[in-house]
Design a protein around this ligand. Sequence first.
Ligand code: PLP
Length: 456
Amino acid sequence: MIPLTDPAAADPAAGAAVKAADRAHVFHSWAAQEVIDPLAVAGAEGSYFWDYDGHRYLDFTSGLVFTNIGYQHPAVVAAVQEQAGRLTTFAPGFAVDVRSEAARLIAQRTPGDLDKIFFTNGGAEAVENAIRMARLHTGRPKVLSAYRSYHGATSTAIGLTGDPRRWPSDSGTSGVVHFHSPFLYRSPFHATTEAEECARALEHLETTIAFEGPATIAAVILETVPGTAGIMPPPPGYLAGVREICDRHGIVFVLDEVMAGFGRTGAWFAADHYGVVPDLLTFAKGVNSGYVPLGGVAISAGIADTFATRPYPGGLTYSGHPLACAAAVATIRVMEDEKIVEHAAHIGETVLGPGLRELAARHPSVGEVRGTGVFWALDLVRDKETREPLVPYNATGAANAPMAAFAAACKRNGLWPFVNMNRTHAVPACNITEAEAKEGLAILDGALTVADEYAG
Ligand code: PLP
């Protein structure tokens, strides 16, 4: 077990009370309510959080991949406090200084002509509204999305989602058609090079569109770099190819940057790495590090024009909430002032990337390392040759024991890991220090020896 970091700060009785009220009254996401055992959190700062028993954890998850500037950044906390004192809330139909400024700062950073911002409370609502805009703009019903994807849990967003969390909510009536996005390590196209994977994935998308009927398709939506589904940076040329296909068929191209945006990949937006401008770009999470819920859609001139004289039929009571926008303004300024995006790129190139590849070389359970910036996946396998995943797709219970053992080993040694199916993702704050990143790598090294027992 990790040592008590600060025994004097421990307050197990308070922790027990928090836990008891949680268990009695909080209904948790994605969970069988009586099976879960949520850790009671006493506080957080920077890249760490701690419990009421005095155990401290290095957060290699950034919450749910959203605390891009770490916990409790003093400048953002102060900005939220200042805004609360000045104007806590205001209805969305008015022009409000922090809302205007947040929109201006975001539009300045989004690629190309994505210059109008529709604010939402989070990622799923951003996706919902992007798809609504695409359908109204084109007058077409269907949307294409990737099997290896997550787009949120509201009804359209969960329909678009490829991962198994969709299944219980999928009535088959969402108008979504799924297709295979490129993923060379587990190629759905039996490709052996990135160029081959790219060409075959584009041909597959083209064929899917041809058979569905291009004139029935409103949008293609992709995560620029798929996140929860496994952090698969697309091969060079793929996104440009999708852009070209969409243009040829009058289909709206939506990039979902809810997870990949705002510094995570070492650029403001992952699309910047590929020189591609979508028609709509969804964001949330890193826009204000989740200090106050905020998401949105960045809208191109062409789609904004559709709603120039025709009302947009969608809205939210808290669209552009002043507290959330104040947090966004402060977060973006902090990211500029402290060069946090550049830091994310640097730490990825010099510490996380090389460090994770070095772990992969030594551990039989690591099949592949993928990523960029502070956005990395380790694909864990039983056998490096066959690439058989360490646990089966969507495994639960005993079948998931190897990943559960790996996660427990991380926690015992003071690292909170992101674990999804047979993968662990190293997704710390964008401003994690070199020493903290190395501490995380050392703990992963130890935990991988546990995973190794199931491999080879
Ligand atoms: N899109 C992507 C790519 C995401 O990763 C997520 C959440 O993880 C969402 C959409 C949904 O965002 P939210 O949970 O804020 O609704």
